[in-house]
Ligand binder design. Structure first.
Ligand code: ADP
Length: 626
């Protein structure tokens, strides 16, 4: 029979597995049992509505058989099984994102210990087996198949009669070598220990024949009781899913292991949330807030949602309705016996019980984040660096509907310190006479702190929020105010700061501003005598509700709309450079025009905006120096 080749990616992973020097080879069993359990989940779900399956919840199980003599481990399930296509697709390529991600990580590092952090899947069998056979029949199919492979040189598939749906995976265990002992995996005690260690929460019985020495019946009371060796099937796992166990009894390690196995995440969760609710809908939930943004988080591949169980049956792998968009980074499971089992997935989506659960979960997640912010600031800050953008999107989306839920979770950099601040803390620090919450936008913190138009606010000792993300300004616009304090951009005409200079009549400079506007033409929409500059000669501010940062944002996402900020050039009439230009207006008009051009270009540079013609600007400066 012709051998088929593994897809090249898979071959590489397979090589890694076969030649693995990894010490925790034992995880192969966890992976195969977890595959068996997933396959049973699928058929169990079908059996809820399809009586042809002929099995009920209690009939599903995973059988382990050890054949010491022939060095075989057999893992059998009565789950959904696979047909020929499935075998090609699932076992011939790296099907799961977990394995794929693993392969990518492996290529970056030599640290073999990372294997344990991944759901590396089916191929891990090759860490202990020289040959693997999968004898399987898909539910509803006419015939079964045997897939067989001795590793990297490929695999074969042949037809084979099989009575019932399900899979039988046979591992032909490698011979021991000088450095490696594989025979341990053929020992009952070792296998039962591994099931307890890694697969205890699997919700179907994992059954194996266990041999035990027992007192012979009838001899219990005699003085010399006789012993005999008895072999009988035993269930090795407790079958209690981790979320059903009392929190006190579960170690953090166990919770983390579950997170890694179940959600293919390998970060240490920032927060583990357990909740048990009794009420209109009774449910238990186990939720995880990741500490790292998943690599595919901002792609279409990422699926928002929680796993939904009903009385131990997996109803939905990714129930989107359970999570609001702004908490889409949360992972976890919800288990409720109140969802009727016969419900179809479509009906479930409109189920109002589901909405009730979603609402209480949203509140719970919000409160947990708020308490993390209060009690574990450092963790919260690193969480916010990862997912703050998502929270901000949440405020902007749905016409600001969620802003009250989310506003206290926001953090911004500010002039107060190097650390981020919340809005509540900002408002707390406001001196009594300060009317507004001030903010400025720019490329980064340093650039913003040096903006000329920020000078006035800062010189007053008022705090300034630094908006460095494109979504920041939209967030502030959606909020409009916080605790009755309105937000104010440093670009605004009226900063609400009383000042001696304000009494100065700026009208006297009408001729100057008109001159500069004429000299610059359409490059600016307005030229004004500034009320907010102190040491700088000029600044460029944005008028008309669109800031320069927004302009950049729109240019990137909607270039065709041509959204532009209105450029307003502000002149500091008390600055020596501006005074020099004013003088030149009367004495040497050509020179005055050059000065105007230079000041204009300077304002662009300071604002971090591209100047129209750099070489022209350079020539201009040189001509003045000559
Ligand atoms: P993962 O389980 O992470 O998707 P695996 O490499 O472990 O990756 O398995 C690949 C695929 O092979 C599974 O997604 C599943 O579709 C299929 N599979 C593996 N084992 C079984 C089994 N015992 N019964 C049915 N399908 C299986």
């Amino acid at each position: 029979m012709a051998k088929k080749q593994f897809k090249s990616e898979s071959k590489r992973l397979l090589d890694l597995m076969i030649n693995s020097i990894y010490t925790h080879k034992e995880i192969f069993l966890r992976e195969l049992i977890s595959n068996a359990s997933d396959a049973i989940d699928k058929l169990c779900f079908i059996s809820l509505t399809d009586s042809n399956v002929g099995l009920s919840r209690e009939d599903f199980k995973i059988n382990l058989t050890l054949d010491k003599e022939n060095r075989k481990i057999i893992i059998e399930d009565n789950g959904i099984g696979m047909d020929k296509e499935d075998l090609d697709k699932n076992l011939g390529t790296i099907a799961s994102s977990g394995s794929y991600r693993f392969k990518q990580e492996m290529e970056k590092t030599d640290d073999v210990d990372i294997i344990g952090q991944f759901g590396v899947g089916f191929y891990s069998a090759f860490m202990v087996a020289e040959k693997v056979e999968v004898y399987t029949k898909k539910y509803g199919a006419d015939t079964g198949y045997i897939w067989s492979s001795s590793g990297a040189d490929g695999y074969t598939i042949k037809e084979a009669e099989k009575e019932n749906a399900g899979s039988v995976v046979t591992l032909y265990i490698k011979a021991d070598t000088e450095n490696e002992n594989y025979s341990e995996f053929l020992e009952q005690y070792r296998i039962s220990e591994l099931v307890k260690k890694y697969s205890d929460y699997i919700r179907y019985p994992v059954i194996m024949d266990m041999t035990q020495t027992k007192v012979k019946e009838g001899t219990e009371d005699s003085e010399n009781p006789e012993y005999e060796s008895v072999t009988e099937p035993q269930t090795l796992n407790s079958m209690i899913p981790i979320w059903q166990r009392p929190k006190k009894e579960v170690t953090e390690e166990e919770y983390e292991k579950f997170y890694h196995d179940k959600f293919m995440s390998f970060d240490k969760p920032a927060k583990i949330i357990t909740t048990s609710v009794e009420g209109v809908v009774t449910y238990k939930a186990l939720l995880y807030i990741p500490s790292k943004t998943p690599y595919d988080y901002y792609t279409k591949e990422y699926k928002k949602g929680l796993q939904l169980y009903s009385s131990g049956v997996l109803i939905m792998e990714n129930c989107e309705e359970l999570l609001p968009e702004h908490f889409r980074f949360v992972k976890g499971v919800v288990d409720s016996q109140d969802f009727s089992l016969n419900i179809s997935r479509e009906v479930l989506q409109h189920d109002h019980q589901l909405k009730t659960v979603a609402q209480t979960l949203e509140k719970k997640i919000k409160n947990e984040l708020a308490s993390m912010l209060k009690k574990d600031r450092e963790t919260y800050e690193s969480f916010f660096k990862e997912f703050g953008r998502q929270i901000k999107y949440g405020i902007v989306s749905d016409y600001g509907m969620h802003k009250d839920t989310l506003k206290d979770l926001l953090m911004f950099y500010s002039s107060n310190s190097e650390k981020m601040t919340t809005l509540a803390e900002y408002v707390d620090r406001m001196p009594e006479e300060q009317k507004y919450i001030y903010f400025a936008t720019g490329e980064n913190v340093t650039a913003i702190s040096k903006l000329p138009q920020a000078e006035k606010v800062l010189s007053k000792g008022y705090e300034l929020l630094y908006c460095t993300q494109d979504v920041d300004e939209f967030t502030i616009q959606s909020l409009m105010q916080y605790n009755e304090k309105q937000f104010k951009s440093v670009d605004s005409d009226d900063l609400g700061i009383e000042d001696e200079n304000d009494s100065e009549n700026t009208d006297t400079y009408d001729n100057v501003t008109k001159f500069v506007k004429d000299a610059l033409g359409d490059k600016v929409s307005e030229v004004v005598a500034s009320k907010k500059l102190i040491s700088h000669p000029v600044c460029m501010t944005a008028k008309g509700g669109i800031s320069f940062e927004m302009e950049k944002y729109f240019a990137a996402v909607q270039p065709e709309a041509g959204m532009k900020a209105q450029r307003c050039l502000e002149l500091n009439m008390n600055h020596k450079a501006v005074e020099a230009m004013i003088k030149a207006i009367d004495t040497d008009e050509e020179k005055a025009k050059k000065y105007a051009q230079i000041l204009y270009n300077q304002s662009l540079l300071i604002a971090g905006l591209p100047i129209d013609d750099p070489s022209e600007y350079a020539d201009l400066v040189c001509s003045i120096m000559e």
